[in-house]
Design a protein around this ligand. Structure first.
Ligand code: ZN
Ligand code: ZN
Length: 232
């Protein structure tokens, strides 16, 4: 069995955090919160991590409502990722995860409330975060201290009691399996583009970039309309 699957099965949260750290680039409280919320949802729904066969037929889906560190914790723990189409991102701006069975569309939504979790941060950690990260004013020593405190906070989040989450059973409207589309070649750049993303000018296909059309993209603030060529 693959290592991550085993660690999730054994609920070895600290080892899962080490995997997540490599994936995410650092260990932080919301990464750990994503791990803990995932384990709570999996337990409640009675499902394991998306395994090899599951990642082909998409037996479970994870629906997140935010694109933050939390989401990376969810991807590592549940095995539902953006690339295997088992992660759905709703641009709602809430720290919440819904885990759903594709066979029945029954699911469990787990919501974490930042205000309730404030007591799990070591003293001074949030103030230091505001200074170093939000205002970008920290000294190198303060940055170092912040990461120590953040690490401590992450450990706390890994072991959050279930009562700290709002947990509810939900019915999710069925979401289609990711369709497989054909491609057409853009008449300008010569690259292949999924046929559903091509536009036709005088009967010739173009990619949205070359056609100068608007398209949607996920950036830090959420899903936004982007316009214009990404190429310099
Ligand atoms: Zn992070
Ligand atoms: Zn093009």
């Amino acid at each position: 069995m693959l290592t991550l699957n085993r660690l999730v099965e054994e609920r070895d949260t600290e080892a899962i955090l080490e995997y997540a750290r490599e994936f995410h680039g650092h260990a932080c409280p919301y990464l750990a919160l994503g791990i803990r919320a995932s384990l709570v949802a999996m337990e409640e729904l009675g499902v394991g991590r998306l395994d090899y066969s599951g990642s082909v037929d998409e037996s479970i889906l994870a629906i997140v409502e935010v694109n933050s560190c939390f989401t990376d914790g969810v991807q590592v723990t549940t095995g539902c990722t953006l690339g295997n189409n088992s992660l759905i991102y709703l641009d709602l701006g809430k720290t919440a995860l819904t885990l759903v069975r594709r066979s029945t569309w029954d699911g469990v939504r787990v919501y974490a409330d930042a205000e309730k979790l404030a007591k799990y941060y070591p003293p001074g950690a949030v103030e230091l975060f505001n200074k170093v990260v939000k205002e970008r004013k920290g000294t190198p020593e303060e940055r170092k201290r912040l990461w120590e405190l953040w690490e401590e906070a992450a450990m706390g989040m890994l072991h959050l009691p279930r009562e700290e989450f709002k947990i509810e059973r939900v019915r999710v409207p069925p979401i289609e399996q990711a369709p497989i589309f054909g491609s057409v070649r853009c008449s300008n750049c010569g690259e292949l583009v999924m046929e559903t993303r091509a536009v036709y000018v005088d009967g010739n296909p173009y990619c949205l970039n070359c056609a100068g059309e608007k398209y949607l993209g996920v950036i830090g603030r959420g899903i936004v309309e982007l316009n214009g060529r990404m190429r310099v």
